[in-house]
Design a protein around this ligand. Structure first.
Ligand SMILES: *[C@@H]1O[C@H](CO)[C@@H](O)[C@H](O)[C@H]1NC(C)=O
Ligand SMILES: *[C@@H]1O[C@H](CO)[C@@H](O)[C@H](O)[C@H]1NC(C)=O
Length: 304
């Protein structure tokens, strides 16, 4: 009896050792793995941007293991924030660390990609959004309002990605995870939008351009780069685009039924690479995003 049990235990242990780590969680079907891993790219970016912006240090200081050996971000800095905004952004940072842990404990994951979080990288986005160089160049780290405008650029993209991923998932554990990530990611987007909405008519210094116009331009840029129609809306819209076609105020973005828009990974890459192509890295990801989905687009272009 005893030898039978120990044999079973030994073969079970051997089985587990031979099992590739990414399949170690039986509740995540293989077809879900790449879909659940892909968002790590955005979660890494958000964790670093919010941590650096609020605290002046990044993941390597607070949870180095989560980077899985990926290079530290380039150009991230502590922002000049009032205590309220700093508090909110620090909470976002901690939430992103939780998200990284949640994803990495469900699937194997991959190393942090190289992230370009320099002021110049955000300035590039704003220049593209306005179709001309802002003078002086936009600096996300200069003050709270600028940091919120820069924050408008990212969590929303993650949100649309989770909405797009959900119907493709097979496993209950993956669906639960993605629903949980989507909930908090859209909460972050709502907080950012509400804070900006309270200043919609304020002119961003020294440009003399309103907060509402900044969000309109950034959303338009993302629509153009994503190349998949209208999935992004600023804080003030023609009433036909507002909830029930009746509101100019647009504190949350949504389709004609006020449902969140969905984006595919390639649309997300077109936006965060800054150039409208999932095959040409750049923008916040100078060497491209990581994981099988993002790398598959790069390999195709290299084969050319
Ligand atoms: C983090 O990494 C260190 C060194 O590689 C290791 O000793 C430690 O156990 C890791 N901690 C966690 C929580 O994985
Ligand atoms: C980061 O972006 C800025 C602005 O585009 C660029 O000048 C700089 O070379 C980039 N850094 C890296 C490491 O890609």
């Amino acid at each position: 009896m005893a030898s039978h049990i120990s044999l079973t235990t030994a073969s079970l242990a051997l089985f587990l050792v031979l099992l590739p780590t990414s399949y170690a969680s039986p509740s995540v079907p293989e077809s879900d793995i790449d879909l659940v891993e892909f968002p790590l790219n955005l979660e890494f970016l958000e964790a670093e941007f919010f941590l650096w912006g609020s605290q002046g240090y990044g993941l390597d200081t607070v949870a180095a293991n989560l980077s899985k050996g990926g290079p530290p971000p380039v150009g991230a800095r502590k922002a000049i924030l009032d205590p309220f905004i700093r508090d909110v952004i620090y909470q976002f940072a901690l939430q992103e660390i939780g998200h990284l842990r949640a994803i990495q404990s469900t699937v194997k994951g991959f190393p942090r990609p190289l992230l370009n979080l320099s002021a110049a990288s955000f300035a590039d986005v704003m220049n593209s959004a306005f179709g001309k160089p802002l003078k002086p160049p936009f600096d996300p780290y200069a003050n709270g309002l600028n940091f919120l405008l820069a924050s408008y650029v990212i969590p929303y993209v993650g949100l649309t990605g989770y909405v797009g991923t959900n119907p493709k998932l097979q496993g209950a554990a993956s669906k639960r995870l993605v629903a949980g990530l989507l909930g908090v990611e859209s909460g972050q987007d709502a907080v950012i939008r509400a804070l900006l909405y309270s200043k919609a008519a304020v002119k961003v210094r020294p440009y003399g351009i309103t907060v509402a116009d900044f969000t309109y331009r950034i959303s338009n840029l993302r629509n153009n780069l994503g190349k998949s129609g209208l999935k992004d809306e600023g804080l003030v819209v023609p009433p036909v685009r507002g909830a029930e076609g009746k509101s100019r105020g647009n504190v949350l973005a949504g389709d004609q039924f006020s449902l969140s828009y969905a984006r595919k990974p390639e649309e997300i890459l077109r936006i965060v690479y800054g150039g409208g192509s999932e095959r040409n890295p750049g923008g916040f990801y100078p060497q491209g995003a990581n994981g099988r989905i993002a790398r598959s687009f790069l390999q195709k272009s290299k084969a050319f």
